[in-house]
Ligand binder design. Structure first.
Ligand SMILES: Nc1ncnc2c1ncn2[C@@H]1O[C@H](COP(=O)(O)OP(=O)(O)O)[C@@H](O)[C@H]1O
Ligand SMILES: [Mg+2]
Length: 375
């Protein structure tokens, strides 16, 4: 971010003194709909936690309970160890940003950002100073006198951010805030948001259904499904070690392989599918004779015209479709042993001239896949 020289350091002002959140057995039921179903969660002060899940999985309901606009049917919500479950929203010092920006159209950028401070009846000189700092934080100082209609979508979203940060909230709640922005702008604002978080270290709870957004910004991601958490962890841990079929398929793309365990093999086990045997590294060996489900990322499979000499696992197949994405190629390959496999190859590594129906070899290492449970 390009900074303009100022007398004050915005980070010292905007660092909140609180912000550790916890859910203890929190539920929200609407009649027979279990929007949120008995969840536990710890969010450390200063953490960037993302709730990631499909539409209708309960993310907004969780955020609304943190904000205080929705009361849980059961359980407690704690802020720094104290129950706030029944505290009204205006008594929680939390900021909120939503998709629709909801700036006041008749107020200037300055007055929009000043609004929360006016509501709190702060003196005029405080307001001037704090709004100045908040605008600087989101790089909108030169646009303070503009009206919302004179701003781009990204700029409006930054005004909304400044407005939600101006009163130094303990926690910032963001519900799909970038949903209305086009792809390129969304990527830019993602980077800005992450940098902003790194500077102010306010607790962020961020809701999205966009896996890329979650992976690129969060300290931790909680995967939400049917009102529960399926898995919580750091982005790379979730991507590399999804626990279930759902997580492997929702966070990125995965091939799923169902095999029968033949027995232990060097650092893992061997399994058979349609008469062919493959090897997989694993910390714990599944019982011989049982079924095992593996998830394998398309980019972990190498594709070549000839049989790979180094890969531990290999399969011959036929290209049924291919697409060029600039940075990489995506293939669908029909194999005799494993059915259809999705394969990705970085463009710079491509040694094939891709053609439909061409015969290819696929190769992958013993640690290319992970064992997942079938949910
Ligand atoms: N006020 C409400 N009354 C009845 N059902 C609701 C209400 N709010 C949410 N739900 C239901 O709860 C579930 C979770 O909704 P929501 O939290 O909005 O999901 P998400 O934000 O993940 O899309 C959905 O099935 C939704 O229809
Ligand atoms: Mg929602």
């Amino acid at each position: 971010m390009q900074g303009t020289a100022t007398a004050t350091n915005p980070t010292s002002i905007h660092r909140a003194a609180a912000g550790g959140l916890a859910f203890r057995g929190v539920s929200k039921h609407y009649g027979i709909v279990r929007a949120v179903d008995g969840v536990d969660l710890e969010v450390a002060r200063g953490e960037f936690l993302t709730l990631l899940g499909p539409s209708g999985s309960g993310k907004t309901t969780m955020l609304m309970m943190i904000a205080g606009f929705t009361t849980p049917s059961a359980g407690e919500i704690l802020l720094d160890g104290k129950a706030i479950t029944h505290l009204p929203p205006e008594k929680r010092n939390f900021g909120m940003v939503f998709q629709g920006y909801a700036l006041f159209p008749h107020l200037s950028v300055f007055d929009n950002v000043a609004f929360p401070l006016k509501v709190r009846r702060r003196p005029a000189e405080d307001i001037k100073r704090e709004v100045g700092r908040a605008l600087e934080l989101v790089q909108l100082t030169p646009l303070a006198d503009r009206m919302p209609r004179q701003l781009s979508g990204g700029q409006q979203q930054r005004v909304a951010l400044a407005r939600s940060l101006v009163f130094t909230p303990d926690v910032l709640l963001l519900d799909e805030p970038l949903g209305a922005l086009d792809r390129k702008l969304r990527t830019e604002v993602q980077i800005e948001l992450k940098q902003l978080h790194e500077r102010i270290r306010t607790t962020f709870v961020y809701v999205t259904h966009d896996q890329e957004e979650a992976l690129s910004m969060s300290d931790r991601i909680a995967i939400v499904r049917d009102g529960r958490f399926v898995q919580i962890g750091r982005p790379a841990d979730l991507y590399e070690r999804p626990a279930t079929r759902f997580v492997a398929g929702f966070l990125g793309e995965s091939n799923f392989i169902k095999g029968r365990v033949s027995g232990a093999a060097e650092g893992g086990f061997a399994y058979a599918v349609n008469g062919e045997t493959f090897r997989q590294k694993a910390a714990s060996i599944p019982a011989a004779g049982g079924e095992v489900l593996l998830a394998m990322r398309p980019e972990k499979i190498a594709i070549a015209a000839d049989a790979p000499s180094t890969a531990i696992n290999r399969a011959q197949g036929r290209v049924t479709s291919w697409n060029y994405f600039g940075s990489d190629f995506h293939f669908t390959v029909a194999t005799a042993s494993l059915g259809q496999l999705a394969v990705r190859c970085p463009a710079w590594r491509m040694k094939l001239e891709p053609k439909n129906e061409m015969q290819v070899w696929l190769g992958w290492d013993a640690d290319a896949a992970v064992v997942v449970t079938d949910d």
